[in-house]
Design a protein around this ligand. Structure first.
Ligand code: SAH
Ligand code: DHB
Ligand code: MG
Length: 223
């Protein structure tokens, strides 16, 4: 549940710093019209992803969980010139709406949606020897541990991995939760903690999407 003050502060930043334009607002509108749940990142979070991609000079971005392409547009806008993005989505209908949104945002030339179970497409990407500078994990939470294992084979020293929804109103603390998503998030955090190749932290967030958080990791090593 979003607190009224958190929402007001988000709107204060939205108006001054985020300034989501017609294609971004249209993407949210198209999703609503198609009956797609409004679970996309908030505007401030979307712009955070753009700032991050831009700061990294990202030439290749992988997103796991497209929905209607709202976060995809932000990430694509942060790409370096000539860069490309691949976003994975299980739901064919969502992917079609996302493609329309990417088209209208003028990023369809650099952002592709691949439809199917992310775990299967990640294996294909490994076969293709794909390599990404930035990865945004935001699909089914129960599969985050599997996604991380694959992503470690799809990144290089200096790559950054961001995972959404790692707090979920504090449910991450539920040690013996029966919820597969909570268990997946907790296992993901344990994997980060145990992985010497990753430098990791997590940040709690509040805002118009309520109380949640991101885990952020850098793949270690030279370069
Ligand atoms: N990143 C989006 C929100 C993603 S919501 C944004 O911020 O705009 C999570 C998405 O993951 C949903 O669209 C859901 O259909 C998709 N998803 C769920 N399970 C999946 C799977 N196994 N493989 C690929 N996508 C999946
Ligand atoms: C849900 C998924 C998300 O990625 C998110 O940011 C919020 C909610 C969900 O499945 O309910
Ligand atoms: Mg999310």
């Amino acid at each position: 549940m979003a607190n009224e003050l958190w929402t007001k502060v988000d709107h204060y930043f939205d108006e001054r710093l985020v300034c989501a334009d017609a294609p971004l607002q249209g993407a949210v509108e198209a999703a609503r019209e198609a009956g797609i749940p409004a679970i996309q990142v908030s505007p401030t979070q979307g712009k955070f992803l753009m700032v991050l991609a831009s700061a990294l000079g990202a030439r290749s971005v992988l997103e796991i969980g497209t929905l209607a392409g709202y976060s995809t547009i932000w990430l694509a806008r942060g790409l370096a010139a000539g860069g490309h993005l691949v976003s994975l989505e299980l739901n064919e209908k969502y992917a079609e709406v996302a493609r329309g949104n990417l088209q209208r945002a003028g990023v369809a030339d650099r952002a592709a949606v691949r439809v199917g179970a992310a775990s299967a497409i990640l294996q294909q990407l490994i076969q293709e020897r794909a390599d990404f500078d930035l990865v945004f994990i935001d699909a089914d939470k129960r599969s985050y541990p599997d996604y991380l294992s694959a992503v470690l084979r799809l990144t290089h020293p200096g790559s950054v991995i961001v995972a959404d929804n790692v707090v979920r109103d504090g449910r991450v603390l539920e040690e013996s939760s029966a919820d597969a998503d909570v268990r997946g998030i907790r296992r993901y955090i344990e994997m980060l903690a145990a992985e010497p190749r990753l430098l990791s932290t997590a940040l709690q967030t509040v805002g118009e999407k309520g109380y949640d958080g991101f885990a952020i990791s850098r793949v270690q090593g030279s370069s």
